[in-house]
Design a protein around this ligand. Structure first.
Ligand SMILES: Nc1ncnc2c1ncn2[C@@H]1O[C@H](COP(=O)(O)OP(=O)(O)OP(=O)(O)O)[C@@H](O)[C@H]1O
Length: 347
């Protein structure tokens, strides 16, 4: 969908922001650009919608060279979300979202109806549409920013550190929302972040840049974590890169055994067979918390839970939260090793 071919960007002051970049961003996938400050991520993003023009090389969107297209038209046809949401302060939330449909000549009523629909899509109440941006929390403003970018239903969405200014809890919620939306909408998304965990969570592919605008490696998250191209990439991924790889592997398919009965520790269940806690009578009826996991939870979550669990056992539940069995710490360890070996072979 988006192709960079030998793209170079040198600003008039002599700074090379992007150096000989060749990269493909597949249709319907999320490409995350990561790297330390000043390595050319934002410039790369902005060349896609012609907010910046390349010095040399070609950028194609949907097969067409961006330089052959009118910059204003191109910008309207590509969604753009930035940090701090970039909303117009004196327009209501609904009017902010309706901005691009209005620019595209949709009537006011139609544009507002579409905006109201999008409010719901991004998880905001109809009432919040009547407010002004400063009357919303930072996280809510970011949701409005996403709704505004989606308003003209563009096939491509550019997101520049969209969740950089919110606290970690809200950030995780916004990431979840984006993943949910993306499942439905399958946009071609280019997402800039400093945060490697965010990149691993959201990316179908991750492009890592080094200062001077050099692309060092572009690969799927599991390829990158299993086989970093060099020390720079390995350092960027951090010492816990092995654990991050486990965060990508779901528990589904890892064997379960029946929950222990009559031993030192037992699981107490409610009437719907949902685990409540681990309980032992040995030390005066002690109860310890249990965090049951579903098949979609990761091996990393399982490893974490197996360490916290007094028995080393992880309680597994179905989609309704009812107990299906338990998995041991040893079993989880063994599969963790296997996941690493498989990722190394696959990449
Ligand atoms: N308009 C400009 N004129 C001159 N230099 C610029 C301009 N825009 C960016 N640069 C320089 O180009 C380099 C790349 O900047 P860019 O904003 O693309 O990096 P980045 O990776 O997005 O950084 P950050 O993560 O800090 O936002 C930097 O050295 C920056 O100072």
């Amino acid at each position: 969908m988006i192709q960079f071919d030998a793209v170079h960007k040198r600003f008039p002051n002599g700074t090379t922001a992007v150096h000989d970049l060749s990269l493909e961003m597949p249709e319907g996938g999320v490409t995350v650009l990561v790297g330390s400050s000043g390595c050319g991520k934002t410039t790369t993003l902005r060349m896609i919608n012609r907010m910046v023009d390349p010095t040399s090389g070609t950028i194609r969107v949907g097969g067409r060279d961006v330089l052959d297209q009118d910059a204003a038209d191109l910008r309207r046809s590509i969604g753009y979300v930035i940090q701090q949401s970039g909303l117009f302060p004196h327009r209501t939330v609904l009017d902010n979202i309706a901005t691009v449909p209005l620019l595209l000549g949709h009537g006011r009523r139609k544009a507002r109806a579409r905006a109201a629909e999008l409010l719901e899509t991004v998880g905001l109440t109809a009432e919040s549409g009547k407010r002004y941006p400063h009357q919303l929390s930072g996280g809510q403003q970011q949701r409005v920013g996403v709704a505004r970018a989606l308003a003209a239903d563009p096939p491509v969405l550019l997101m520049d550190e969209p969740f950089g200014a919110v606290d970690p809890v809200v950030r995780t919620q916004l990431q979840d929302e984006l993943l949910r939306l993306q499942k439905e909408l399958s946009k071609t998304i280019v997402f800039v972040t400093h945060d490697i965990d965010e990149a691993v969570r959201l990316g179908d592919q991750i492009a890592i840049f080094r200062t001077g605008g050099h692309l060092v490696q572009c690969a799927t998250p599991s390829e990158l974590l299993a086989r970093p191209a060099d020390d720079f990439v390995a350092d960027f991924l951090g010492a816990e890169r092995g654990l991050k790889l486990l965060s990508l592997t779901p528990l589904k398919g890892i064997p379960q055994a029946p929950a222990p009965e009559g031993g030192t520790w037992e699981l107490t269940l409610d009437e719907a067979r949902r685990p409540l806690h681990w309980r032992t009578k040995d030390t005066g009826d002690t109860e310890l918390p249990v965090r049951p996991l579903r098949d979609t939870d990761s091996l990393l979550a399982a490893l974490n839970e197996s360490i916290a669990s007094p028995t080393g056992l992880v309680a597994r539940v179905d989609a309704d939260g009812a107990l299906t069995g338990v998995t041991s710490r040893d079993e989880i360890h063994q599969h963790a090793g296997q996941a690493h070996a498989e990722a190394r072979v696959a990449s």
